[in-house]
Design a protein around this ligand. Structure first.
Ligand code: ATP
Ligand code: MG
Length: 440
């Protein structure tokens, strides 16, 4: 008897204690939640945020799939049979894809979904915004994982709101610079050897010059020549003058500098041809000419024309830029072209130039035309993401290249920081005598 009663009381006390402990733990976590979220966002997400969102995903899965048109109706025959057999019974519910295992990541979660017959990954791509709303997360991306399976990746909060900035140490790899952070948390690396020419667009104060600051700060310690074309009177690029091998501050100078750059590129071509190599990287180290990165800030200043004389200059500048872009990659000349507005109204040269600039960075834009010019021919989804960037998110941009698109944010490198880096590495500035032009 005694044994039986003690067993009963132990089994009553056991679970009740466990409940009390669990309740204390949960309420402790909830109370400490905001502080935990601020100081240890990953721990907060894994302990509190993720379980709540995972519950929401499971709870809303069926209605969400049905609402997004991702439900597939049962075979009509089955419906008929069910009507005959189960008189008055509800008709069979449409099938929805099965929700795979929801796995947490440090900033969100990921799940795999097996497509039902007749479905394609694009159906999920279209439904991604509705999923983000339904699950109350920042963003959802759906990508094709392997045939028949879609990978759904959700990020709980905007990782670019307060990105953790990995600082680059030392000169790093030649022509490769970490300029910011990607939405995935990985470093945003601008690799000119992989994608040699870039177009950077964005409205005023959207972050173009800050990105150029980061690029120059990363390139300054490397054995490369930097050339600036800043037809806003040198307001932006003259900061780096000690580290620049040449700087043009008006259109007339720009035209002469670009012509000299084309001449230099053609000379390099002759060197390569004589050595029977296809590009400067095939030349022996001691013969290889120094790579030249040409930075153009405010392309519209080069192309906008008011008079006949200016039209000729603009045309000459445009033709030279296109030639540099066509020939440059193999001959060690790289272009980084920035502008607020890059529309076809600037002339046919702009459209032709754009086609040569394979790397695209689109910050917040003032007109859809510019975003379209930068991203539209590469990826329509990227276009939507770029148009959603708000003025508060300066430095945030959509990157697109042939491989796809992603969101990123540049490091906040201020003008004074960039100026200091340029001064520190001024002694590395290569002298390119062919670019030093006397005034006519
Ligand atoms: N990556 C960033 N992170 C945080 N703030 C940023 C970032 N990039 C830019 N900003 C903020 O936006 C401001 C304007 O940026 P920036 O000068 O680069 O714009 P811009 O596109 O070059 O403008 P403009 O066309 O007028 O020259 C900066 O002074 C800074 O305060
Ligand atoms: Mg600027």
């Amino acid at each position: 008897m005694t044994v039986a009663s003690s067993t009963t009381s132990a089994s009553v006390i056991g679970p009740s204690w466990a409940l009390v402990v669990a309740a204390v733990l949960v309420s402790g976590l909830l109370l400490a939640g905001p502080a935990l979220r601020r100081r240890y966002p990953v721990a907060w997400w894994l302990l509190l945020g993720f379980p709540a969102v995972a519950f929401r995903v499971i709870h809303t899965w069926r209605p969400l799939m049905a609402g997004c048109g991702l439900a597939v109706s049962r075979r009509p025959a089955l419906t008929v049979v069910s009507g005959l057999v189960g008189k008055g019974a509800p008709p069979p519910q449409p099938r929805v894809p099965r929700c795979g295992l929801i796995r947490p990541t440090s900033r969100g979660f990921v799940l795999l979904v097996r497509l039902l017959p007749g479905q394609v990954p694009e159906d999920f791509v279209k439904a991604a915004p509705a999923m983000a709303e339904g699950w109350q997360v920042h963003a959802v991306r759906a990508t094709s994982w392997k045939p028949g399976i879609v990978r759904v990746v959700a990020s709980a909060a905007d990782p670019l709101a307060a990105p953790r900035v990995p600082k680059q140490r030392g000169p790093g790899h030649l022509l490769r610079v970490t300029v910011g952070v990607l939405e995935t948390g990985a470093a945003w690396v601008l690799d000119l050897r992989r994608v040699p020419h870039w177009l950077i667009v964005g409205a005023t104060r959207s972050g173009k010059s800050t990105l150029i600051n980061a690029l120059v700060a990363g390139l300054a310690p490397q054995p490369v020549a930097l050339v600036g074309i800043d037809c806003k009177g040198g307001m932006e690029l003259s900061l780096y003058e000690p580290r620049l091998s040449a700087l043009a501050t008006n259109r007339e100078q720009a035209v002469r500098l670009l012509a000299a750059l084309v001449g230099m590129t053609l000379d390099r071509m002759t060197v390569c041809r004589t050595a029977r190599v296809r590009n400067i990287w095939g030349l022996p180290d001691e013969e290889r000419p120094v790579p030249v990165v040409v930075i153009v800030d405010e392309i519209a200043e080069l192309f906008l024309v008011a008079s006949r004389n200016e039209k000729d200059e603009a045309q000459a500048a445009g033709t030279a830029l296109i030639r540099l872009a066509q020939l440059g990659a193999a001959l060690g000349v790289f272009l980084v072209v920035a502008g607020q507005r890059v529309g076809s109204d600037l002339g046919p040269g702009v459209t032709a130039l754009r086609a040569q600039l394979g790397g695209r960075v689109c910050h917040r834009v003032a007109d859809p035309g510019t975003a379209e010019m930068a991203l539209g021919d590469l990826n329509p989804d990227a276009l939507k993401a770029a148009q959603a960037i708000t003025p508060e998110q300066a430095g945030t941009a959509v990157l697109a290249s042939g491989d796809g698109w992603e969101r990123a944010r540049s490091h906040l490198i201020t003008e004074s920081e960039a100026e200091a880096v340029a001064a520190e590495y001024a002694h590395l500035t290569p002298v390119l005598s062919e670019l030093h032009l006397e005034a006519p």
